[in-house]
Design a protein around this ligand. Structure first.
Ligand SMILES: [Zn+2]
Ligand SMILES: [Zn+2]
Length: 273
């Protein structure tokens, strides 16, 4: 396993860190995905497939990826995507070997306590006053941070993509939660992907993470070969980050962002003028 692809700060648009094939729910084969990545002029492609504890095709998948890696002009990475199972960051994945370069931790369900729940149910519980939005956000943040500490070679997939399904706005995520995620990512050297399919994280959150020194990586989360390496949301994030990196180096992160308390005394991030 190599992590030489990391620290190419900031976001590289000639890379795609998250594409699915027919090994899980993608429409293209690994070969078709690789051809599409070459046609798109990418320099790095990370194959990623959904796994569960009982996935029994992992060996064949790894061998297949490793075979395609031979002689490829692209840097090929082998990844899997697993969902949180609880608030303690446990991922629903089989035993992971060193041949797997990255494990993408995904918020497909809502981790609360010892279990995880369907977003539709949790949305209903919020509407019925059975649980607060703050508690639900805390569950997602706890699981995200715990997974970073618990597993090596983890990538956080489409951070907060589950919020819209729960009727929660990104603005409702408190600054202290974003700080915790940024600190954990930095301490554990965990990249966070900027995902085209889910437009997650949004520009504001991605900018905050970037300014906090978190490594961001570009991904389409594509399930169709022709979408590989094609960016719109990720390109917008890239433009925003490029503006930050052009700013004078004497300007600190604190100067670029300040915290403004609104009427509800919620902390809101506002780019400094
Ligand atoms: Zn996903
Ligand atoms: Zn995915």
């Amino acid at each position: 396993m190599s992590d030489k692809s990391l620290h190419r700060y900031p976001l590289q648009l000639d890379e795609d860190w998250h594409v699915h094939s027919t090994y899980s729910d993608g429409k293209g084969t690994l070969e078709e995905n690789l051809s599409a990545a070459e046609a798109a002029g990418l320099t790095l492609l990370c194959f990623v497939e959904h796994v569960r504890k009982d996935s029994d095709w992992l060996d064949a998948y790894i061998k297949h990826c490793a075979h395609l890696r031979q002689g490829s002009p692209l840097e090929i990475k082998i990844g899997v995507e697993a969902k949180f199972q609880d608030e303690f960051g446990t991922l629903d994945c089989p035993e992971l070997t060193d041949e797997i370069d990255y494990v993408f931790a995904a918020d497909h369900r809502v981790p609360l306590g010892m279990s995880c729940y369907c977003p539709k149910d949790v949305k209903q519980w919020i509407e019925q006053g059975m649980i607060t939005k703050e508690r639900v956000i805390l569950g997602i943040v706890n699981a995200t941070c715990a997974a970073m500490k618990r597993y090596k070679n983890i990538v956080i997939a489409h951070l907060f993509s589950i919020l819209p399904k729960l009727g929660i706005l990104i603005e409702e995520v408190r600054l202290e939660h974003l700080m915790r995620i940024a600190e954990c990512a930095r301490e554990t050297n965990t990249p966070i992907e900027v995902d085209e399919r889910w437009c997650a994280p949004d520009i504001r959150t991605a900018s905050f993470l970037y300014l906090q020194g978190v490594q961001l990586v570009a991904s389409t989360d594509s399930h169709i070969s022709r979408r590989i390496g094609k960016y719109h949301h990720v390109a917008n994030v890239h433009s925003a980050l490029s503006r930050f990196s052009k700013m004078h180096s004497s300007q600190t992160v604190d100067a670029r962002f300040h915290i403004q308390a609104d009427n509800d005394a919620k902390e809101t991030l506002v780019p400094a003028a």
